[in-house]
Design a binder for this molecule. Sequence first.
Ligand code: SF4
Ligand code: SF4
Length: 87
Amino acid sequence: MALMITDECINCDVCEPECPNQAISLGLEFYEIDPDRCTECVGHFDEPQCVQVCPVSCIPVNPQHVEDKESLWAKYRRLQAASVSAG
Ligand code: SF4
Ligand code: SF4
């Protein structure tokens, strides 16, 4: 599953640099997670790093992007391949 950031986000900026997939960016009003880049940290860490650091616990699973571990691993490998080919 990809995760998502809710409107309870206080734009504290601490999650963005923790994401190993560069999936987090500042949106129009608060931070957002790109579901195409969020692997729930699969491939990098045992726990979602953004959830670990968020002071207001506003990062639930995105119900629009429910994926099993196999899909998350596939996404991780796709992102790795893309970053290698991008040099
Ligand atoms: S769970 Fe991991 S990959 Fe997904 S947004 Fe959070 S830090 Fe990034
Ligand atoms: S850590 Fe939580 S409150 Fe801070 S910017 Fe990220 S989602 Fe928003």
